[in-house]
Ligand binder design. Structure first.
Ligand code: 2NF
Length: 304
């Protein structure tokens, strides 16, 4: 009898002891899981503090613009480059600066990119420019055979864009980027233009042109990229002559900058580098482009 009465309890006990153990295990397991989830959420969702800069942030929709421009260039404008892999160019480009302090970018960071994208520019077709960007681009667009840096694939893709990374994220910084004069000379944008300007100059051959701005007191400015990078990377064994076109605004009337001290400074550098130098004020074909925008101007009637 006694056995009978106690048997349900004695049958329950092992069951209850087991379930308590399981409960404890489950409790501890749950606690560990919650701690893990909270830590992961903390790591991935906690707003990270990006470095703050004074300049414009990475251009909105940067990857899409990059890929779009790359495809337009390689598939439509220069189909001879249709085999270039734009997605690979984008990932190689980003690897140069993402997850890094944007003030510590080196030439070497962009080396894989310039090795990946090779483009041959025919001799006698390179056009450098300084403080004359719009006119130089309008001219090459109409002329059709000459190349500014922005008429090459990498220059075309990056022109007028801003980009930088941040050590705390593998994304680009869409909040702010260093200004190129923010005591941060080795920033992601400046270093890029420095590297590709140098390559563009090294590759130039035959007679090369530079369009300078004659409306400025110093049409040749030795601290510009043209004056500090491109001029010194022309290869005297390939470049026979540097021809400067000093363009004045239509309003300036007839002026002669070629005989001024600024251009003479450029001539002396070229003499030292054994590259023949020639200079022309208001090169007529470029003047025509200026006149298209202002056909009624008296100096346009006179030149045509
Ligand atoms: O944005 C570009 N397309 C660009 C930028 C820098 C250099 C093009 N370049 C190449 C071009 F192909 C030209 O041959 O260098 C040559 C022109 O550079 P420059 O310094 O002789 O001429 P500027 O008219 O003074 O400057 C050109 C552009 O570069 C910017 C400036 O705001 C202007 O839009 N710029 C100037 N210095 C720097 C710098 N250190 C700069 N951008 C970044 N870092």
């Amino acid at each position: 009898m006694a056995n009978y009465e106690f048997s349900p309890v004695s049958e329950d006990r092992p069951c209850c002891r087991l379930s308590r153990t399981v409960q404890i295990c489950l409790g501890v397991g749950l606690l560990i899981l919650i701690t893990l989830i909270v830590s992961l959420l903390f790591i991935f969702l906690w707003p990270r503090s990006l470095l703050v800069w004074k300049g414009k942030p990475t251009t909105n929709h940067f990857p899409e613009i990059f890929l779009g421009r790359c495809l337009v260039y390689t598939q439509i404008l220069r189909p001879e480059m249709r085999d270039q892999d734009c997605k690979k160019i984008l990932s190689t480009f980003k690897r140069a600066f993402v997850s890094k302090n944007p003030c510590n970018i080196t030439r070497e960071d962009y080396e894989p990119l310039v090795k990946l994208v090779t483009q041959t520019i025919p001799c006698n077709t390179s056009l450098f420019w300084s403080k004359s960007k719009d006119l130089a681009h309008q001219y090459t667009r109409v002329q059709g055979k000459m190349f500014t840096l922005e008429d090459t694939l990498l220059g075309y893709i990056a022109d007028n864009l801003t980009w930088c990374g941040d050590p705390s994220t593998s994304d680009m910084n869409y909040d702010s980027c260093p200004q190129w004069n923010e005591n941060c000379p080795n920033n992601s944008v400046s270093m890029f233009w420095d590297v590709i300007s140098k390559k563009f100059a090294e590759a130039a051959c035959g007679v090369v042109q530079v369009m300078l701005n004659g409306s400025l007191p110093e049409p040749f400015y030795k601290n510009s990229i043209f004056g500090s990078v491109e001029v010194y990377n022309l290869d005297p064994s390939k470049v026979h002559k540097l021809q400067a076109w000093v363009m004045h605004s239509l309003e300036a009337g007839s002026s002669n900058s070629c005989s001024g001290s600024s251009i003479n400074e450029l001539k002396l550098i070229m003499d030292k580098r054994n590259i023949t130098f020639a200079c022309q004020d208001n090169h007529r074909p470029v003047r025509f482009v200026q006149c298209v925008q202002n056909p009624e101007h008296p100096s346009c009637r006179a030149t045509i």
